[in-house]
Design a protein around this ligand. Structure first.
Ligand code: NAP
Length: 460
């Protein structure tokens, strides 16, 4: 029997587990999928926007893997200082696949970035997605949009599109989501009327995907506004024939909006380009009031140069959506420049040499790019490497039962029935509020829901 731990139960972790149990090269592979949260699914649960029901339904596919007879979900297991470090984990398993994602966000590196009212998009996403850290970290206390009329979103990737869309969604569209009740109350009562989403390069270089972009044009009560003259600063906007298909489609959608007159709807979403953030300044109350941008111009090589001309966009809320970044895990090597773990086809490299039994997949392997499906081939490649190494790995006898050892390390793993109890509690919470499923937003609530199973087991 080959015992494998997968650290992280987001898409890359679950796809790794799936590849490990759905193959016939190595018989009887057992997989423990560990997660620091008591809930599985990573960014599918805590990153995919609540109004993206269809993408969220991917959870059903991931669930089938975690319910496989040779896969065991163990939530509330944090690998790190104070609990278990990678070397200890390798005592318990023949192999460990780290699928820990990219847990923080890139910094802008401009003055005023940390002013009140300026948040990373991740903080906003975590809050409306009910990530329990959002409440403990405290940044959600002021409700993001309270007393806000104008917002600036910096960046033009899919996360920027998500947060811009959530800022202009009305109460009727938010109500059917599983958003926590407090966030729903705040967003439903929001007075945000104007959102500017700002890219530092041109429309042909934007990172959003066309499906996500197009959705903005269909939002109720919201005009999408683009300036044809600003779009035309991009030579590829004028002649998109040389662009890759995805960028060309984006440009065509933007062109459609440029040609469509604004309809004077209640909210406006402006898509701006060729503006790079320079500084954020506070108003009288100490909260961010203005974001200064420098007009940029294409340099002909895909980049931009500064023009020395500046534009100030007034807004009381700034969401910095400039990408995620991996964080080092103590005991694992880390490439600080790329924010990833060095690897060769998924094998962790220590001083340039593959470290037996240690693997990576997902964003910590390749950086924070691609859509959920990108993780499938990425995890598969890693698992191929692991299976190639399996006969050597399997020779090492394991001394302890992993679950006993995790408990001895002071951890209280939440097993699958505990997660199912959280799911039931969320359904019950929704019923009590006259809504569908509503997520539990705090650690205590999640723990209490999971503990119900333990209590029942002890009584039974
Ligand atoms: P992203 O796609 O990497 O986009 C980051 C954006 O920030 C880019 O527009 C980038 O511009 C800009 N940026 C970076 N540094 C900047 C700076 N210093 N100043 C101004 N702008 C800066 O990242 P993301 O939006 O966080 O998305 C991460 C991944 O998740 C992506 O692969 C995305 O497709 C995926 N995702 C998918 C969905 C979906 O499928 N619905 C939803 C959410 C996320 P440059 O291009 O100029 O660097």
């Amino acid at each position: 029997m080959l015992q494998v731990a997968v650290v992280g139960s987001g898409p890359s972790g679950v796809y790794a587990a799936q590849s490990l149990v759905q193959q016939d090269r190595v018989p009887d592979v057992r997989v423990d999928v560990l997660d620091r949260l008591p809930c599985p699914y990573g960014l599918v649960r805590y990153g995919v926007a609540p109004d993206h029901e269809k993408i969220k339904s991917l959870q059903n596919n991931l669930r089938a893997v975690l319910e496989h007879e040779r896969v065991r979900f163990l939530g509330s297991v944090e690998i790190g200082p104070g609990t278990l470090l990678p070397d200890r984990l390798l005592d318990l398993y023949h192999a460990v696949v780290y699928c820990v994602g990219a847990a923080t966000d890139r910094r802008l590196g401009v003055p005023g970035e940390d002013l009140p009212g300026s948040y990373s998009a991740t903080e906003f996403v975590s809050w409306y997605s009910a990530h329990p850290d959002a409440l403990t970290d405290g940044y959600a206390q002021d409700g993001f949009v309270r007393d806000v009329e104008s917002a600036v979103v910096i960046g033009v990737g899919n996360v920027a599109v998500d947060v811009a869309r959530m800022l202009v969604r009305g109460a009727a569209e938010l109500l059917p989501t599983d958003m926590p009740d407090a966030a729903l109350g705040v967003l439903a009562g929001s007075g945000v009327r104007e959102v500017s989403m700002v890219g530092r390069r041109g429309p042909s270089q934007a990172r959003f995907t066309t499906k996500e972009l197009r959705e903005l044009g269909a939002l109720p009560d919201t005009d999408v506004v683009v300036d044809p003259a600003e779009l035309a600063l991009d030579p590829a906007y004028i002649d998109p024939s040389g662009l890759p298909a995805a960028s060309r489609r984006n440009v065509e959608v933007l062109r459609g909006w440029a040609e469509r007159p604004a309809q004077g709807l209640a909210r406006r979403l402006r898509l701006r380009f060729f503006l790079r953030p320079v500084s954020l300044t506070a108003g009288a109350a100490g909260r961010v009031a203005l974001t200064r941008f420098e007009r940029t111009l294409p340099d002909g090589r895909g980049g931009v140069t500064g023009s020395g001309q500046y534009e100030d966009i007034p807004a009381e809320l700034v969401l910095r959506s400039v990408g995620y970044r991996g964080v080092p895990l103590e005991g694992l090597p880390f490439d600080a420049e790329r924010g990833t773990v060095p690897h060769a086809a998924g094998r962790v490299l220590r001083n340039g040499v593959p470290s037996p039994g240690e693997y990576v997949a997902g964003w910590i392997k390749r950086g924070p790019t691609g859509v959920i499906g990108t993780n499938r081939p990425c995890s598969k490649e890693t698992v191929q490497s692991l299976l190639d190494d399996a006969s050597a790995l399997e020779r090492r006898p394991l001394q302890e039962d992993p679950l006993t050892a995790l408990r001895a390390a002071g951890l209280r793993p939440v097993e699958w029935p505990g997660w199912l109890a959280i799911e039931s509690a969320e359904a019950e919470l929704g019923r009590s509020l006259g809504r569908g499923v509503v997520k539990i937003p705090d650690w205590a609530g999640l723990r209490a829901a999971a503990e119900r199973v333990r209590d029942q087991e002890m009584r039974g």
